[in-house]
Ligand binder design. Sequence first.
Ligand SMILES: [Ca+2]
Ligand SMILES: [Ca+2]
Length: 193
Amino acid sequence: MKLKYHYLCLISILSLGLLTACSKAPKADLPANLQIIEDFDATESWTSFAAPNSSMKITTDEKEKYNGNSSMAMSFDIKDWGGVGSSFKDKKQWNPSDSLFFVLKGDSSGKTLMVEITDNGGERFATAFPVNFTGWKAFTIPFKDFKRRDDWQPDNVPNDGLTLTAVEGLSFSPKDKSNGTWNVDTIGIIQGK
Ligand SMILES: [Ca+2]
Ligand SMILES: [Ca+2]
């Protein structure tokens, strides 16, 4: 009887240990050489923008997260244009041979997401891809794959290539007329690809 009790205790302790281990385990692995610049455990430094006939809303999402306590949910109804972005208070110096890393929770809508860098002269460089997956997906996009936008640039910006010595900002924009919610988490820089 005593032996059985000890046996049960051992099972309980093992189960508890296993549960604790599981709850402490990270949600997902991150690349070892990732230099995180935004974990979205707070989203105060991100703002939304949209055309008058479109809407974009940011929420700190504690339920859907890739890493840490929360992610940024971007809920949109785009009839013209809109997105979410951050203007860096401390401008970033990035290496042209490095890559931008982020994770996105998709909805298999097939709608296009544009990721845009505002470089040190205010020029806009972007890359875009269809959100044709469900759940979290990690992206590593070399800076060299960001191309100067030919559909729009702010007035009076230079045309001197992607200059990353004092990067001013980053944004994510749905490019198609559509509505939905996508989540972004864990943005960082990876040396090389
Ligand atoms: Ca997070
Ligand atoms: Ca430039």
